[in-house]
Every structure is written in structure tokens, then in C-alpha cells.
Design a protein around this ligand. Structure first.
Ligand SMILES: [Zn+2]
Length: 273
């Protein structure tokens, strides 16, 4: 017969063994009746309970969305290699893609958080060299949640001719007005380019940049991505039409009717402000 004191002592010893990382089999009259499993091994302590370090970065979801959107732009040919860039508005500034990195190899922590002056708030990589226009445009268009920049083939071909897209098709209204302007040429990554872009985007959600590419705004990344696809399609159609003749343009009056019908489509942006 085991006394209470002795039983307590024995149980304490078993608990102590379990605490030291051993699995303990509790026996009664030589028969195993219970098992105390060690919760941790002191020789190789498990990671503390908590969030994975990568997923605990602020704005983790926005960072993942940014990478996914850039991959999507490459996958459908809207962009090639590392030439395009993207930003998304977050609390206190923007998250922007890093400079010159392959989107298939970046991780969420590589996305760079900057303020509207371009100052890096978080991140070990350099922000995209085009941070100037990202900051200026996103500051000037507070309702926009995302900005995409691509060197897509058709829009860029028109931009290399210094041509915007006139209202040859009613879908031009997706850019918020009756045409899509082409900003005059300025060196990439300069304030001068940001100035030109801001002017071309007056009352618009998209523009071309001479000898460079296109810029598209959206309520969020998905909205900007869809608009970029539409504009690249319009650019392709316009180029085809130009190749065999002179496209018929819609009148200002006809475009006013379309813009009225499109109001719900881009009401979030109030683009004609
Ligand atoms: Zn560019």
C-alpha cells in the first residue's frame, strides 16, 4: 500500500521528468495506465508560440497583393521582366515594389514602405526608381488606393510616337475622361517626370508617358489591374485602326453621354474633379 505522501512525491518526480523533456509512462502494479507527454524538449526548444515572423510584418496582406499583382502583370504580358512597378496605399504612406528585383524571387518583406516624400519608413531594399511619380500622384489623388506602371507593348508603342489615345472607342471612358493623354518626355525617376505625369492625369485615372509607358490608378490593385488591361487593349485596337486608315472619333457630346453612364464605374475617384 502506497501512502498519500509517498504518492505525491512519486507524482512530483514524474512531473519533473516530463518537465525536463522526457515522456513518462505512469504504471500501476507494473501495468502502464497513463502517459505524460513532454510539451517541449529543453535540449532543442521549440519556437515560442506566436505568429510566424514573416506574416507578422505590418501590412502583410497588402505586400502579398502587391507581389501577386506584379506577377499577374508579367503573366499576361502587360509587363516584362522588372521594368514595371506598383504601389498601394497603406496607413502612413505607400508600399512600393523594390528597385530592380525579379517578382518571382521577392518576398513580402522586400516591399518598401515610404512616405509621400519618398522617405523609406520600412524595408531593407531601395524603392522603385519611379517613387517620385508614385508619391506625387498618390498624394494628389487621395481616393486612389493603388498605382500601376507598365511598359506594355501597345501603350508604350503609342507613347513612343508621343501620341495619347483619342476617343476612337467609347471604352476610353475607363480612364475617367474623353481621352488618354500622353505626358511629354522626361528622364525616368525624376521630379520633372512626376510633374508631367501629374498634369496628364488631371481629371484622369490613366495616362501614357512619352517614350516610356503607361500609368494607371485604381481604387485598389484589382481595379487598377483591370483598368490597365482595358487600356492596353484600347492601345492595341487604336494601333490596328491607325494601320489601315483614320479612326472615326466620337464627339465630345457622345463621350459626355458615355461618361455619364460610366459614373458608377469610377464614381469612387470623382475623376472629373
Ligand atoms: Zn518605367
Amino acid at each position: 500500500m502506497v501512502g498519500a505522501a509517498e504518492a505525491n512525491q512519486r507524482f512530483s518526480r514524474l512531473l519533473s521528468e516530463a518537465e525536463h523533456g522526457h515522456d513518462v509512462i505512469v504504471t500501476r502494479r507494473g501495468q502502464p495506465i497513463a502517459r505524460l507527454s513532454a510539451m517541449h524538449n529543453p535540449e532543442s526548444p521549440a519556437a515560442p508560440i506566436g505568429r510566424d515572423p514573416e506574416t507578422s510584418i505590418p501590412d502583410y496582406g497588402a505586400r502579398v497583393d502587391l507581389i501577386d499583382t506584379c506577377k499577374k502583370m508579367n503573366a499576361i504580358g502587360l509587363n516584362q521582366g522588372t521594368s514595371g512597378n506598383a504601389s498601394i496605399r497603406v496607413d502612413g504612406g505607400l508600399l512600393i515594389t523594390p528597385s530592380g528585383l525579379d517578382y518571382d524571387k521577392v518576398s513580402p518583406s522586400d516591399m518598401v514602405k515610404i512616405d509621400y516624400e519618398g522617405k523609406v519608413l520600412r524595408g531593407g531594399k531601395a524603392p522603385s526608381s519611379e517613387w517620385h511619380f508614385h508619391c506625387r500622384v498618390m498624394e494628389a489623388k487621395p481616393k486612389a488606393g493603388a498605382l500601376l506602371h507598365t511598359h506594355s507593348i501597345n501603350a508604350t508603342t503609342l507613347a513612343c510616337l508621343g501620341r495619347g489615345i483619342p476617343p476612337f472607342h467609347y471604352m476610353i471612358a475607363v480612364a475617367g475622361g474623353r481621352d488618354i493623354r500622353c505626358a511629354p518626355y522626361a528622364t525616368f525617376g525624376t521630379e520633372k517626370l512626376a510633374d508631367a505625369v501629374l498634369e496628364a492625369l488631371d481629371g484622369r485615372l490613366a495616362c501614357l508617358m512619352a517614350n516610356h509607358g503607361m500609368i494607371v490608378l485604381g481604387r485598389d490593385l484589382e481595379d487598377a489591374f483591370k483598368r490597365a488591361v482595358e487600356i492596353e487593349t484600347l492601345a492595341a485596337q487604336y494601333l490596328k485602326a491607325l494601320a489601315i486608315g483614320t479612326p472615326q472619333l466620337l464627339t465630345i457630346g457622345e463621350m459626355e453621354v458615355v461618361l455619364e453612364k460610366f459614373k458608377t464605374y469610377s464614381a469612387w475617384a470623382d475623376p472629373r474633379r
